[in-house]
Every structure is written in C-alpha cells, then in structure tokens.
Design a protein around this ligand. Sequence first.
Ligand code: HEC
Length: 126
Amino acid sequence: MSLKIRTLSCLLACVAGSALVALSPVAADDKPKISIKDAMKEHKKGGLKDKVLEGTATPEEKKKLADLYVEMAKNKPPKGTDDSWKKLNDALIKASKEIVDGKPTGVEDLKKAVNCGACHSAHKAS
Ligand code: HEC
C-alpha cells in the first residue's frame, strides 16, 4: 500500500514538473507573435509606420508599432548574420520607443532606422 502511494506521488510530481517546463514563460516569450512578412505589411505606403512618422498615429498605434518591432526582432531572417539583424532591429525598437515616450528625437531616429534597402540587402533572400 505504502509503495503504491509513493509510486503515485512520484508520478504526479513528474507530470507536474514537465507541465511547468512546458509552460515556462521564457520559452513562450521568445516565440515571435508576428512574422517578418506580417510586420512588412505595416511598412507599405500609408501603413502604420507612415502614420507614426507623419504624426497622425494615436498613442495606441505608436505602442503597436513599437511592439511590432519587438516581435519582428524575435524572428530569424532568411539570410544574414544574427549580429546585423539584432543591430538593425535594436535601432527600430529604440526609435519607436522614443516616440511612445514622446521624445522629440524619436521621429528622426525612426526615419534613419527604417532603411528598407539596407535591411533588405542584408537580410531579405531575394
Ligand atoms: C530591419 C530590417 C528591415 C527593414 C528596416 C525593412 N524590411 Fe522589408 N523585409 C525584411 C526582411 C528580412 C524581409 C524578408 C522576409 C521573409 O522573406 O520572410 C522583408 C520583406 C519585405 C517585403 C516582402 C514581404 C512578403 O510578403 O514577401 C516587403 C514588401 C517589404 N519588406 C517592404 C519594406 C519596406 C517598404 C520597408 C521600408 C519602409 C522595409 N521593408 C523595411 C526586413 C526589413
């Protein structure tokens, strides 16, 4: 009887243990919520990025663009080094957060960071 209980409690502990690993917030956080291609849809003329640069975006939309860059950065680009990808995305994240925070340099910094050609030649496959 006592052996049975011990086996059972071990079994329960093991199941609970693996469930915790599966639900670990770090693992969930690293998974991008948006693909690069979906993020690019907001970079078309008149998209979210243009609204933010033109100053017509609402505070929610500014926050949405900053979140978009955070999620885009978690993807692996089709080509190029991780170092370069991180650098380009960090500039986008930093500038878009400056705009959320109302820093006057934000828009200029974002214009510099959103360099379509520089990022595409380094990280877009074709
Ligand atoms: C920080 C890097 C980066 C910047 C800045 C960037 N792009 Fe991209 N873009 C990419 C990558 C990487 C891909 C390829 C995605 C893939 O194939 O999965 C891409 C793909 C695209 C595509 C094709 C999407 C599709 O569905 O195949 C379009 C359109 C596009 N970008 C437009 C733009 C425009 C316009 C700008 C500037 C206003 C811009 N991008 C700025 C990284 C960037």
